[in-house]
Design a protein. Structure first.
Lengths: 113, 110
């Protein structure tokens, strides 16, 4: 039972490049979400999904796209990377919704130069 | 805007002492959760307290919730060096959004 797996762990991008951060969970959780963590600002919600085929915006969605074609996977796409997107990104899942315990991946440290 | 705000931002104590962290939030909630984050790692769930509960215990952790004051506190008793981490409260502004505060950095000195 791997829990929540994020890849890659580290990534350096040039401004304007695009990339996809992968997130997979093997707990059959309905709810998945993406956060970014910047120094001194805690975690901010980017996008979330309450089930396959359903996604919605969080607090800071601009510059990011998501999709949820399966229950297991919830990739986060950066369309055109900017230095302001330098951050640590965390994927999380929970059994049904935001009211239950969230399980986090180990994070992806992204640097945009 | 962030729903929960922790206080203090940083706390340094001696091993064996108790550590108390506070969280204030802005709107009505269904429940409140506390998480721990060790340096460079993902968050780990500690405890969940529902809006109709006033106090909850888990091992050396004690959480209180005062919905009239929109505040919660996390008490860690008999702290250990391994408790050194950042602690976050998280509240749901609906069933669909779990919003985190900015955290308290706890240092437990051996």
């Amino acid at each position: 039972n791997a829990g929540v797996t994020q890849t890659p762990k580290f990534q350096v991008l040039k401004t304007g490049q695009s990339m996809t951060l992968q997130c997979a969970q093997d707990m059959n959780h309905e709810y998945m979400s993406w956060y970014r963590q910047d120094p001194g600002m805690g975690l901010r919600l980017i996008h979330y999904s309450v089930g396959a085929g359903i996604t919605d915006q969080g607090e800071v969605p601009n510059g990011y796209n998501v999709s949820r074609s399966t229950t297991e996977d919830f990739p986060l796409r950066l369309l055109s990377a900017a230095p302001s997107q330098t951050s640590v990104y965390f994927c999380a899942s929970s059994y049904r919704n935001a009211n239950t315990e969230a399980f986090f991946g180990q994070g992806t440290r992204l640097t945009v130069v | 805007s962030q729903q929960g705000e922790e206080d203090p931002q940083a706390l340094s104590i001696q091993e064996g002492e108790n550590a108390t962290m506070n969280c204030s939030y802005k709107t009505s909630i269904n429940n409140l959760q506390w998480y721990r984050q060790n340096s460079g790692r993902g968050l780990v769930h500690l405890i969940l307290i529902r809006s109709n509960e006033r106090e909850k215990h888990s091992g050396r952790l004690r959480v209180t919730l005062d919905t009239s004051k929109k505040s919660s506190s996390l008490l860690i008793t008999a702290s250990r060096a391994a408790d050194t981490a950042s602690y976050f409260c998280a509240t749901d502004d609906s069933s669909y959004k779990l919003i985190f505060g900015s955290g308290t950095r706890l240092l437990v000195r051996p």
